[in-house]
Ligand binder design. Structure first.
Ligand code: MF3
Ligand code: CO
Ligand code: CO
Length: 247
């Protein structure tokens, strides 16, 4: 079932999304080589709690941390650990926070120190994929136009678009209907409605789109070991456009 948010619910979504945005800004200012991915998670936990919110991922289907911290070839769902972040790494940090019963969800890929041109371009194009997807998006747009826009842009650079992980609706639950794939055929799928809140989250690989799911139940890496980037925002659909709630 796809939920249409009331004005009051949208106000709560705005608040949770603002907290997520601020947490990611705080991480962006403090993340550096020498920290462990667990240090990053501690930062996230403390910041979210200080806002009177709750990290939704903590305990979600048994997930053990407040953030996903995914380094280089880790596509998403990197579990914070004693892994040390190194100069030249790209590190995607994905967080979800809940307050007043509503969730905000966003991810950024941070570049640490002296990053190769190959990785820089990947990070830039992944962000561009998101903005291509929201360009012209409004109530009435067919759902798979989002994936079409992401896929067209990513593949024009020879990149692989992850198929087995997708964006999603969001609200009282972190993951709601509909699924929002990063690939698809223009003009197909249900038409978006005003008051829907969805997460658009391109996961783009430098090489093959194929990924490997690890035995820890969470970690997803690229099959060829090449780097991957992730960029996500929670978006409100309106009659004349979108409001990017986590920006
Ligand atoms: N934030 C992720 C997403 O974008 C989901 C994280 S799953 C968790 O959908 F278990 F780590 F929370
Ligand atoms: Co997320
Ligand atoms: Co998401």
């Amino acid at each position: 079932m796809i939920s249409i948010k009331t004005p009051q619910e949208i106000a709560y979504m705005r608040e949770s999304c603002r907290i997520v945005k601020e947490t990611l800004e705080f991480v962006g200012k403090n993340i550096r080589a020498g920290l462990t991915t667990k240090d990053v998670d501690d930062m996230v936990y403390r910041y979210i709690i200080s806002c009177g919110a709750r990290p939704s991922s903590l305990g979600y289907e048994g997930y053990p941390a407040s953030s996903c911290v995914s380094v280089n070839d880790v596509v998403v769902h990197g579990i914070p650990s004693d892994r040390i972040i190194e100069d030249g790494d790209i590190v995607s940090v994905d967080i979800t926070a809940e307050k007043n019963g509503f969730n905000g969800d966003a991810a950024r890929t941070f570049m640490i120190g002296d990053v190769s041109e190959e990785k820089r371009q990947l990070v830039r194009v992944t962000e561009e994929c998101f903005f291509k997807a929201v360009e012209g998006l409004c109530a009435g747009t067919p759902l798979y136009d989002i994936g079409y826009a992401v896929q067209t842009h990513a593949e024009s650079f020879g990149y692989g678009v992850v198929r087995t992980l997708v964006g999603h609706g969001i609200g009282r639950d972190m993951h709601e209907d509909p699924s929002v794939p990063n690939f698809g055929k223009k003009g197909t799928g249900m038409r978006l409605k005003a008051g829907m809140t969805i997460c658009i989250e391109p996961m783009i690989n430098a090489g093959t789109y194929k990924v490997k799911f690890h035995r820890d139940g969470w970690t997803v890496t690229t099959l060829d070991g090449k780097p991957s980037a992730h960029y996500e925002n929670t978006v409100l659909i309106t009659d004349n456009g979108v409001e990017i709630l986590t920006l």
